[in-house]
Design a protein around this ligand. Structure first.
Ligand code: SAH
Length: 219
């Protein structure tokens, strides 16, 4: 499969530079090798092909963005994946984060509100040879209750608070990684579900597009 763009001088060099930068902050070797392996240029619009390995978010249309690589690596590392997990992702977007998850866990259930993005991500992931994922267009309820329980949940859109509906879809000991804050700025949280009193850790500031739906933001 050929990426959407044409040739880009220096793409390989910028890719190597990005991975070197990530190595300074990200300790999980499996995450680093997934980031080095998945071709981000396949997931960005043609116009941004040459910027595929810049460490920044890029527009993917419909007012949405493909996340910054550092944030993808940080969130993935926080999930603590070993390879046997069933993971729920909210916000498929381009499908890039889904590909990273598919490299690191057993099965990925990814949910997207915008049908066209879901369809395009499904096609790219299929062409790249991934078979351990399913992508659904979001329903009324937040998440994907029919597939419960999940070992880990990653939300790649910002919520006003940690939605109970998502915590309920996690196994005990499972991790939920989610940006929580205002519509414009959030704190990246890792919540570990426990029998009594969930453990909440902050991973730092971030900016995501809003999570839309019941228990999150209005459209
Ligand atoms: N992980 C993606 C980031 C996509 S941006 C990537 O790297 O490309 C966040 C996405 O969340 C948007 O595509 C938006 O449509 C989607 N989204 C917003 N609210 C949602 C909801 N309730 N359920 C599923 N997806 C949602």
């Amino acid at each position: 499969m050929k990426p959407k763009g044409g040739k880009c001088v220096g793409l390989e060099a910028s890719r190597a530079r990005l991975i070197d930068c990530l190595r300074q902050e990200i300790r999980d070797k499996r995450v680093l090798s997934a980031m080095a392996h998945v071709p981000r240029e396949f997931f960005v619009p043609q116009d941004y092909y040459c910027a595929a390995y810049e460490d920044m978010p890029l527009s993917i249309g419909f007012g949405q963005t493909i996340s910054q690589p550092f944030i993808v690596a940080l969130m993935t590392q926080a999930l603590g994946l070993k390879g046997s997990e069933k993971v729920l992702e909210l916000g498929t977007g381009s499908g890039y984060q889904t590909a990273i998850l598919a490299e690191l866990a057993k099965w990925i259930v990814s949910i997207e509100r915008i049908h066209q993005l879901a369809e395009s991500a499904r096609q790219i992931l299929g062409k790249l040879g991934y078979t351990n994922f399913e992508i659904h267009t979001a329903g009324e309820a937040l998440g994907w209750p029919v597939g419960v329980p999940y070992d880990a949940i990653i939300v790649t859109a910002g919520a006003p608070h940690v939605p109970d509906a998502l915590l309920e879809q996690l196994v005990l000991g499972g991790r939920l990684v989610i940006p929580v804050g205002s519509r414009w700025e959030q704190d990246l949280l890792k919540v570990t579900r426990r029998k009594k009193g969930n453990l909440v850790e902050s991973l730092g500031g971030c900016r995501f597009v809003p999570l839309i739906g019941k228990g999150a933001w209005e459209e």
